[in-house]
Design a protein around this ligand. Structure first.
Ligand code: SF4
Ligand code: SF4
Length: 484
């Protein structure tokens, strides 16, 4: 099959062989789990347990917050010993509120309702269960899955794309998942198809994953409306807009949803988690994660509980050969630099990389030579240098006019820049500043709405009191007149 690919893109070295050929191992339960109440796009979940409570695996410990949010469940059984800020899986080193559980290593499961065949249930019931069980996008974006399912309501979905691209170097978690558990992924994909009433399913895999392609082809054999689509290896193929463009030959216009084109995209890990949720009553409390990089003694993929400290994951993989020059959550192109190995694993983390100095670009940056390579590499057709100049001088409005909102932070521009200008860092910084400003604005609006509602309520109460008082005095006067 011939593909017209997306514009731009790069071919970074894969380093996938470090972990691709070892089977997924199960990480032993750590002594303590640090379960952040925010592991998803949107607002923090609200803790519903107290210090001293005993919890069971899969028990709800944080209900979804206001607006876009997702609930959080206990990854295993044990005692809640604190609910307090811990170091977040974020380069800023800020802290995030977490439920800290001292595990009992018995992994006792919270009782769940009786199972019903999801294929005979209606889409609304299934979408609610996906929301209640805390399923979020496992490809890194961590968008609550139920919200995405709801976004399909009112649209005719022609193609459900299941993203098995995993184009980031080093990462092989999705590859191993497809090789070892293809039936679960296919069932999860068919369940999502059932919920959104998609006509067909396209499971898209890059051509560098031949064993995954074979296993998935075998698993999809019985289903005529589920196809395996093999695409060329090119970064950032796994990015939603680029994959949609390659598969459907349609570009999602800026500011539009893919559902408007009749397409919805989920990661293979999300399809897997959806199957476990709907077929086995399992909330999302663990994931497959690649632990790799030159500094890791035994790179491999492990199935780990969310809330596991990264240091514990690294120890399980034999520890490090030397102090890593950089610790990342995610891949080297789009991953986040971790402030410390104390940070906990979260639902969206596909990789933990400990890199040596020679694996990262530490060359001092030099002035731009106006070569235009960043422009050619940008898959979104942006002008990275212009955006970076504006972000550097804190002119965020102007950076936005140059398309900052459309930047997917793929890092292709920085990868090809001969002057080693850390372009993507400027974009991350600018996006962070803009989102903080927007959040502050929303908080102010919310506070204003609350005080306005309070004022209206107080005025109503005062008017009701005055009316009652007037009625009482009227009654009193009337009764005095009758007595006279
Ligand atoms: S990081 Fe942004 S500007 Fe740079 S190539 Fe990717 S999309 Fe384009
Ligand atoms: S690739 Fe680097 S040197 Fe070339 S134009 Fe872009 S920022 Fe300048």
């Amino acid at each position: 099959m011939l593909f017209s690919l997306f514009r731009g893109g790069v071919h970074p070295d894969g380093f996938k062989e470090l972990s691709a050929n070892r089977r997924i191992s199960k990480l032993p339960i750590p002594g303590r789990l640090y379960v952040p109440l925010r592991q998803h796009a949107g607002t923090e979940a609200i803790a519903i347990v107290n210090v001293g409570d005993q919890v069971l695996k899969g028990q709800l410990i944080g209900r979804a917050g206001r607006g876009l949010s997702a609930p959080i469940h206990a990854p295993t059984s044990g005692e809640v010993i604190a609910i307090e800020p811990v170091v977040a899986a974020h380069p800023s080193g800020y802290s995030t509120k977490a439920v800290i559980i001292r595990t009992d290593r018995r992994d006792q499961v919270y009782p769940q309702p009786a199972l019903v065949d999801p294929f005979i249930q209606d889409p609304e019931t299934l979408a609610k269960k996906v929301a209640d069980y805390g399923i979020v996008g496992m490809g890194g974006a961590t968008f609550p899955s139920a919200v995405k399912l709801q976004s399909a309501v009112g649209y005719e979905i022609n193609t459900l794309i299941i993203n098995g691209g995993e184009c980031e170097p080093y990462l092989t978690a999705d590859d191993r998942l497809m090789r070892e558990r293809p039936d679960t992924i296919v069932t999860g994909s068919r369940l999502i198809q059932h919920i959104i009433k998609a006509k067909r399913v396209a499971i898209v895999i890059e051509d560098n994953k031949k064993y995954a392609i074979a296993a998935m082809r075998n698993a999809t054999e019985p289903y005529r409306d589920v196809d395996i689509v093999v695409v060329p290896t090119r970064y950032p193929m796994g990015s939603a807009k680029q994959m949609i463009q390659v598969v459907t030959k349609k570009e999602v216009p800026a500011g539009k949803l893919s559902t408007e084109l009749g397409v919805l995209l989920y990661n293979v890990g999300t399809a897997y988690a959806t199957c476990e949720c709907l077929m086995e009553n399992k909330p999302l409390v663990s994931r497959i994660v690649t632990v790799s990089g030159g500094a890791i003694k035994q790179p491999q993929n492990v199935e780990a509980l969310v809330g596991t400290p990264l240091s514990y994951l690294i120890e399980h993989c034999g520890g490090t050969v030397e102090e890593p020059a950089r610790l990342l959550m995610g891949g080297p192109m789009m991953g986040l630099v971790m402030p410390s190995a104390d940070a906990p694993l979260i639902k969206g983390a596909g990789g933990v990389l400990a890199l040596q100095a020679h694996e990262i670009n530490q060359t001092e940056s030099s002035p731009c030579i106006r070569c235009g390579r960043c422009v050619s590499a940008c898959p979104m057709g942006l002008l990275p240098l212009e955006m970076a100049n504006r972000a550097r001088s804190q002119d965020f409005d102007s950076a936005s006019e140059f398309g900052l909102k459309d930047c997917i932070l793929c890092g292709s521009c920085a990868y090809v820049c001969p002057s080693h200008i850390p372009l993507v860092h400027y974009f991350q910084y600018a996006k962070g500043e803009i989102s903080q400003k927007n959040a502050a604005q929303k908080r102010t609006e919310y506070t204003r709405e609350l005080s306005e509602a309070r004022r209206v309520r107080q005025e109503k109460e005062a008017a009701a009191k005055a009316a009652a008082k007037a009625a009482k005095s009227k009654r009193r006067k009337r009764s005095a007149t009758t007595t006279d």
